[in-house]
Design a protein. Sequence first.
Length: 409
Amino acid sequence: MTPLALDPAGLLARFYISFWIPTAVLTAALVIKLPSIIRWWRDPLLRAVGGLLLLACAVFVSCTPSTIAAVNRLTGVPNAAAPWCYSLITAFSGSCLLLIVTWRHGPAVRSAVTRRARRWVISVYSGVIAALWALFALADAPGERLRDLDTHYATTPFMREEILLYLLAHTAACLITFRLIREWVRAERLDAWLRRGLELLGAGNALGLVMDSAKLTAVTARWCGRDLDWLSTDLAPPVAALSAIVTAAGFVLPHAGQYLRDRRGVRLAHRELRPLYRLLRAASGEGVPFALRATPELRLTRRETFIRDVLLPLARHMDTGLGRRSYDAALDLGHPPERARALAAAVSILDAVGTGARTTEPPGPADGPDPAGLLREIGAVSRALSRAGDIEAVRARAAAPARSVTAPE
């Protein structure tokens, strides 16, 4: 039996990922971030994230074979797209590094270390971009290469140095960014969504290092007279695409997670107020009109406003004696003070709604419960109303002393 010949290039061709896929993902990430960027345009961090995502889109659009051929044709210079793509990749690498430094320490931090780090990154990567164009001007690369330029010209003077320069610049940025992210995640207590986003960014940079390793290995093999071009032409592109997708997810996840958490909190608060809202709606004969286009935040605000508007006059008719007895009864039943106050307020509201004023003249403001405290605790009171068993137990225990006093008469 003859052993099966392994063809890595053929196997990797089955897992080819078009560069338009990460471009679409990055564009979607930019669209998700765009409302926040527009709303808080003065925030330099949000502007930096938007610029970075836009730059990443430009990298993948520019590195597609069709775009490379179009740039070469428009300029009339064979392989003119090479320094253009290399410059975009280098600018993206430096921007990632700058963003992580700014994100971790905050844009308001003006420490000498932060300023020095920012100046160092900007000066080094600007110098690399200038060197890339200078080296291309000195090189002789007459034959157009759309997919394998890195390995085809790996031994050509000046092109060799240009290819090595952009790969080393990208590798250094990925290494430093990965290390900064790892130290950040380990050193500080972070929000869960931010931690997950940073972990994805770290994974994206790790995939970037895999891409750089594949290309550097293929280039080094060319220097040694060997052919490992498939590492650069077949392995590196899909890894780069995966790196971009994971990185885009890392930037979007904290924003999306915070949005979903805030939206869930609003919906839970709206649902939590339902028992108290239904009770007061039945008592007042009115309610909040339903608006199909109202946002969850607006619906929550309207429900809170309605509850407070009805509770404020109703508080003047509440029996403070019943409220005190209910509070003591709830404590006797083992409820903590916060829940005991909510249960006592719920019993008082039910009594006021059910029987109205207990005297011919409504009591003065000083005789009723504290309206401000009651209005602040509408969420807790509504939760207490949903526990009918607890309400009845507190009511029964609060009414017991009154019966024991009147029984001998």
